[in-house]
Write a protein that binds this ligand. Structure first.
Ligand code: ATP
Ligand code: MG
Length: 456
């Protein structure tokens, strides 16, 4: 309920406004003079203040000034006695949101309050990019300074006006989920955001996860269960790793997208989908369509709006701000006071190719921050990156730890494999993907170089 504070020395005006506004559904507070008005303002933080210009103790303009000092964005509707331009201009210049004349016309008042509240909503939406979400999510935390990221932000802005389906593509660790949340919180922040990883669960389970099931529809279905599409209500369903969805489920999802309705597993009732669907993948979905591994009709349904997040190596201008931002985050979590990285490290960062993108950078910085003794992270704090015997050749050359030594191709290969393993948090399949080799080849190479790695 919106809170309104009425500051007016005329008792009959206070009372009638209170009566009227309460009937309109507002929470109304009153004060007979400026001093009390200011006190009440601080105590109750109203959304809108209705302020008389002529007050017994402090002049209304001064009260306005004081109110704005308390809260720069305060919405003050001034009550002016005269229709003279001068007072009005003075009020508006002083930062009043609007003004109405005495005798008060309730329609005029309604419009002024409505506009003020609408403007608060707008401000919330706009600063949504900077506001802290109750679940510890700050959308303003997306770093991106270059042209490509600006394009991404623009698209987020556009899609936040509607509920179109969005497909987010980008290498692993580029921030796909972050962008999905950003879209969600800019569109329907009070509704649920529900993420489903399409690769993590077996097909039948995924189906009932998504669509829910009726009691007794399969062994173990002891009660009716709502699926994610239902639970998300008017919010967002985030389908992560959509490329991993089985062909069978792809067909079912397609139907849901076409009809925006579905049935629970084992059920007959049609359930409506009101949520927005955002899908994400680190695969080249178009290529998968060409190869017949992903349904083309589903691809087109998902790809209504597409967001391609560039890999970190294609936006090196973001490295410095990302390091700053991620270190601040690490400092908060680890209770540290790391000020930054050395120039030497920054230079290595700028030349490194970041296969694990921002997640890789984040992990690296966190690990360094944990062990760091000083305030500036230097070479000694990044053993994986610069000093480890099996660090990637490029890093070693760049870091100059063994200047002049030429490496054999096998050594380069071994180091690169070790690097990818230690710098990303991936399983075998994903690492094969990054390295662009088949699983058997990968196994052979692990054996050849005596690397033990078992993460399936
Ligand atoms: N532009 C950015 N600014 C700040 N932090 C970012 C940015 N992009 C990603 N991150 C951070 O990097 C980490 C990885 O991001 P996220 O999980 O969204 O990536 P992803 O693309 O979904 O990765 P994956 O494909 O591995 O699932 C998160 O901690 C996220 O907060
Ligand atoms: Mg992700």
């Amino acid at each position: 309920m919106a809170k309104i504070l009425v500051i007016d020395d005329d008792k009959s005006i206070r009372e009638s406004l209170e009566l009227y506004l309460e009937e309109e559904g507002y929470d109304v507070y009153t004060a007979p003079n400026g001093t009390e008005g200011l006190n009440r303002f601080v105590a109750i933080t109203p959304d809108v203040v209705i302020l008389d210009i002529r007050l017994p103790d402090i002049d209304g303009f001064t009260v306005l000034e004081d109110l704005r000092e308390e809260d720069e964005k305060v919405k003050v509707v001034m009550i002016t006695a005269h229709h003279d331009m001068e007072t009005t201009i003075k009020a508006m210049k002083g930062g009043a949101f609007d003004y109405i004349h005495k005798p008060i016309d309730v329609d005029e008042l309604d419009i002024a309050i409505g506009k003020a509240l609408g403007s608060i909503e707008m401000e919330k939406k706009i600063s949504g990019l900077l506001m802290e979400h109750p679940r510890d999510f700050k959308v303003g935390d997306i770093i991106g300074t270059g042209k490509k990221m600006k394009e991404v932000f623009k698209t987020i802005g556009v899609v936040s006006q509607s509920k179109t389906t969005v497909l987010i593509q980008g290498e692993s660790g580029t921030g796909k989920e972050l962008i999905a949340k950003c879209i969600h919180y800019n569109t329907s922040r009070d509704e649920p955001y529900i993420a489903v990883n399409c690769s993590a669960i077996v097909e039948t389970l995924l189906e009932s996860e998504l669509f829910g099931h009726e009691k007794g529809s399969f062994t173990g279905a002891i009660a009716r269960k709502q699926g994610k599409f239902e639970l998300a209500r008017y919010g967002t369903v985030f389908l992560d790793e959509i490329s991993e969805m089985s062909v069978n489920l792809q067909a079912k999802l397609l139907r849901v997208l076409q009809e925006m309705e579905f049935e629970r597993v084992g059920g007959k009732d049609r359930v409506k989908v009101n949520a927005r669907i955002i899908a994400a993948t680190n695969k080249d979905l178009k290529k998968m369509v060409q190869e017949g591994r992903f349904r083309d009709d589903l691809f087109y349904r998902l790809n209504i709006v597409s967001i391609q997040i560039p890999p970190l190596r294609e936006r090196r201008e973001d490295l410095a701000p990302l390091v700053e931002y991620l270190l601040k985050k690490a400092n908060r979590e680890l209770h540290k006071k790391i000020a930054g990285v050395s120039d030497e490290i920054m230079n290595i960062f700028l030349r490194y190719n970041w296969p694990g993108n921002i997640r890789e950078l984040e992990n690296l910085l966190i690990r360094a921050a944990v062990v760091a003794k000083g305030q500036v992270l230097g070479k000694e704090d990044f053993p994986d990156l610069v000093e480890e015997k099996h660090g990637a050749s490029t890093d070693r050359e760049i870091a100059g730890s063994e200047p002049g030594k030429m490496l054999t191709l096998d050594e380069v290969e071994e180091m690169h494999i070790r690097k990818v393993i230690s710098n990303t948090d991936k399983n075998k399949g994903e690492i094969c993907e990054i390295l662009g080799i088949s699983r058997p080849t990968f196994e052979r190479k692990l054996e050849k170089y005596g690397i033990s790695f078992t993460k399936e």
